[in-house]
Design a binder for this molecule. Structure first.
Ligand SMILES: [Zn+2]
Length: 385
């Protein structure tokens, strides 16, 4: 019997040029916005101006790289001292996740660790967060429609999530124009994250009819447009497709979970300075292959086997394609997009046992279509090195 839930941002506004609407949208939520950006807040100048035109006061916080617990602590203090009643995340997944975490904890007491899973006390949020408007400037994470924020704890060498249904943004404003100047390397790694975040929920053991249709459309668009977007960043229709694919990946993963690729990506991201999307890309074909072998050996009636055939058809664009062709297609895409093997980020075979042990505990691993053994996980990692 089918039973499912689907939760997302209260409002999604999508379209080239949609940023122009931000002032009027923001006005409905507050008078003083905290704008959270990536390393350089200069790219947010148009956003700043549009908010100013509507009489909204602004305070800006730039966070370099993926957000750490201390960045969030600093952001909470800043938001409270400035009296911000609205938080706007403007940037890649890191800036948006930081914005969601700061908004969530500005209204909730205690320290960040009180609310973190795995390394903290996993306390649920008691109070409603400050409203969040999420505006992605990359096409990859879909963080504008997810209910968690990935935070790094350098002390624990791990990345963990702050998670709550209350953390879904009030508005996800997706403007593909903001991705036109994304460099090719970032287009590749973020785009492959988006593709992974569409394939994993599609074969997930938590998939539902709504996420299925979202994934199918997202995979179709990423398959036809990731190469063109990489080859020619000014290809507007390719950029639009990738923005849709990224958004759809976020919608899908927030409601159907992920799988082994992301199970690995969490501990690897905590231990090595490797970009999340590049790690996912290096692992994706090997996880697809290992899942297929394990399913055929131990669950030959599993619907996930047919789902991998569907994935292949969507990727290859042919009704006759089978699962194995999907794996080859992804391998070719990764080599076209110049994805590096994991050893290029300093990961060696010596690190494998600790990575595999941590991956087994990762929350994403629970949605993988079949439980993989320690040996199978070690083999995946060895191939991705
Ligand atoms: Zn991801």
């Amino acid at each position: 019997m089918t039973r499912f839930e689907f939760a997302t941002a209260t409002r999604i506004v999508f379209g080239a040029g949609a940023l122009r609407e931000v002032g009027r949208i923001a006005k409905g939520f507050g008078h003083r916005a905290l704008i959270v950006t990536g390393r350089s807040s200069g790219r947010a100048s148009a956003l700043n101006r549009l908010l100013g035109e509507q009489g909204i006061a602004r305070s800006t916080l730039a966070i370099a790289g993926e957000p750490k617990i201390e960045d969030v602590e600093r952001g909470i203090q800043f938001a409270r001292s400035e009296g911000c009643d609205l938080v706007i995340g403007f940037g890649g997944g890191s800036a948006i996740d930081a914005a969601k975490a700061i908004a969530a904890l500005t209204t909730n007491g205690g320290e960040v660790l009180d609310y973190l899973e795995l390394i903290g006390r996993a306390r649920p949020l008691a109070n409603t967060p400050v409203p969040v408007i999420a505006i992605p400037t990359t096409a990859g994470t879909g963080a504008e429609v997810t209910r968690n924020a990935v935070l790094a704890s350098p002390e624990h060498h791990v990345k963990v999530s702050l998670r709550s249904p209350l953390m879904l943004p009030k508005v996800a404003l997706v403007d593909p124009q903001l991705t036109y100047d994304l460099p090719a390397e970032l287009t590749a790694s973020t785009g492959l994250d988006a593709l992974t975040q569409l394939i994993e929920p599609y074969v997930s053991c938590k998939a539902n009819p709504l996420t299925d249709s979202i994934c199918a459309e997202g995979i179709r668009r990423a398959a036809r447009s990731l190469r063109p977007a990489f080859d020619n960043g000014t290809d507007k229709s390719a950029r639009e497709d990738m923005a849709v694919a990224s958004l759809f990946g976020g919608l899908a993963l927030a409601n159907a979970g992920l799988g082994a690729v992301h199970g690995f990506a969490a501990p690897i991201g905590g231990m090595f300075p490797a970009p999340h999307g590049a790690v996912c890309a290096a692992l994706l074909p090997h996880v697809m292959e290992a899942n297929l072998i394990a399913l055929r050996e131990r669950a030959s009636h599993s619907a996930a086997l047919h789902r991998y055939d569907d994935v292949a058809r969507l990727l290859v664009g042919s009704d006759r394609a089978g699962a194995a062709e999907g794996v080859v297609w992804v391998e070719h895409l990764c080599s076209h997009l110049k994805i590096l093997p994991l050893h290029r980020y300093g990961i060696t075979a010596n690190n494998a046992p600790s990575i595999v042990a941590a991956a087994l505990k990762a929350s994403s691993m629970k949605a993988n279509p079949i439980e993989l053994t320690t040996e199978e996980l070690s083999e995946i990692l060895e191939r991705a090195l």
